[in-house]
Design a protein around this ligand. Structure first.
Ligand SMILES: [Zn+2]
Length: 398
């Protein structure tokens, strides 16, 4: 299924900040969500507690503050993933905040299960910490100001909301199914036990799909019971949200798995062990390649959605045709995404773009310096694409 919003997410998201050298981007789906959230918090959190004793703007104002702080909380969650990934040797391409929260897009994949586990757990851990911090703020205000006036009451309830929201965020993300953080942790654990990332991913995906079905069922239940009790309007909103999240999770779980399956079948199964000090020994495998004939839209939906890297080799039947740089893609107006094929926007292959598995590390380093992408494809003796190398890979191997 093609998800419209996913495309929107990737269509020129606005860079709002740069933190720890990571661009923070917000896409168009976020603004209506922020407005809706502001209104919902004003209506169901503040106004419900105080009745209609105060004008609407008082509630909306605090709803806006709660929304802004929730935005910061999600950012902290994603930054935690990104910073732990950095400690594990993985760079972050960017952090995107969208309608379902956010994601930190890492360049490449963790090299081992423990690394994956650390990166996965960092997010929920930071959300738990934020919940505790907001709770302590609440206690402090309660202690020193009490609930004697409107401002104090509002402040306490804003902190209470943020503590609850962050706790919910942490718990929800720990549900053990892909693509949630808990699913990644589960996959890491299974990967460690079974020594088989593919079978681990399969199980974690099945858990993810089961969770998605549960959310969808609960959404349907809310919808029906809302109609029954005559509170359809309010329950419809919650039901629609659960259904949307359920469908999103199901798609993401399936995509993640399909992508890994594809990676596995592309990986050479009986490749000889590469010699020390050669490109083969430091390259990253399996390599994710893109077919030259697919459109930009198809690439964004199928490949980019699951894989976070800045350059992709363009290959057909294992033969290298060119290199696709994301930076270059960004310059292309979205109206042309359906029409243009990857081959129209890739950089055609030349000798600075690749090395053979037997190339010396000195040669690899030299090529990386003289290559505009600072990224190299690695091919075997038959000219088949087998891996990729970046400066980070070289450094990690040194
Ligand atoms: Zn997370």
């Amino acid at each position: 299924m093609r998800l419209r919003w996913l495309k929107n997410t990737l269509q020129r998201p606005l860079v709002v900040a740069q933190l720890f050298n990571i661009p923070i981007k917000v896409d168009a789906t976020w603004l209506p969500m922020a407005l809706l959230h502001t209104w919902l918090v004003a209506q169901f959190w503040f106004a419900r507690g105080l009745g209609n004793a105060f004008p609407l703007w008082v509630y909306l104002f605090h709803g806006l503050i709660a929304t802004a702080l929730l935005f910061v909380s999600i950012l902290v969650h994603e930054l935690a993933h990104a910073l732990v990934a950095r400690m594990e040797g993985l760079q972050t391409y960017d952090i995107q905040l969208h309608i379902f929260g956010g994601w930190a897009r890492l360049v490449g994949e963790p090299r081992h299960a423990l690394s994956e586990l650390r990166i996965a757990v960092a997010g929920p851990a930071s959300s738990f910490l934020l919940a505790v911090i907001f709770w302590l703020c609440l206690l402090a205000v309660n202690l020193f100001a009490g609930q004697r006036d409107l401002a104090a009451w509002m402040t306490i309830n804003t902190f209470l909301y943020l503590a609850v929201a962050n706790l919910t965020l942490a718990i929800f993300n720990l549900l053990p199914g892909l693509p949630l953080d808990g699913g990644r942790a589960l996959r890491a654990w299974l990967w460690h036990r079974r020594k088989d990332v593919l079978s681990a991913t399969k199980t974690a995906k099945q858990f993810g799909v089961a969770i998605a079905y549960m959310l969808i069922s609960y959404g349907l239940f809310l919808f029906i019971s809302g109609a029954w009790r005559g509170t359809l309007w309010r329950d419809t909103l919650a039901a629609a949200w659960l259904l949307a999240v359920g469908v999103y999770l199901m798609n993401a779980a399936e995509n993640d798995y399909r992508f890994r399956l594809q990676q596995q079948t592309q990986a050479p199964s009986n490749a000889p062990t590469p010699a020390e000090g050669t490109a083969g020994a430091v390259m990253r495998t399996p390599v994710v390649s893109v077919e030259p004939h697919i459109t930009i839209s198809e690439f964004i939906d199928r490949t980019l959605a699951q894989h976070r890297q800045t350059n992709f080799p363009v290959a057909s039947g294992g033969r290298l045709h060119g290199i696709l740089a994301l930076e270059r893609l960004r310059a292309i107006p979205k109206e042309q995404w359906e029409r243009l094929a990857i081959r129209d926007v890739m950089s055609p292959i030349d000798e600075t773009h690749f090395v053979t598995v037997r190339a010396s590390l000195a040669h690899v380093a030299h090529q990386l310096e003289h290559n505009e992408f600072h990224w190299l494809a690695v091919i075997d003796a038959e000219g088949q694409l087998v891996g990729s190398v970046t400066k980070e890979d070289l450094r990690a191997a040194a």
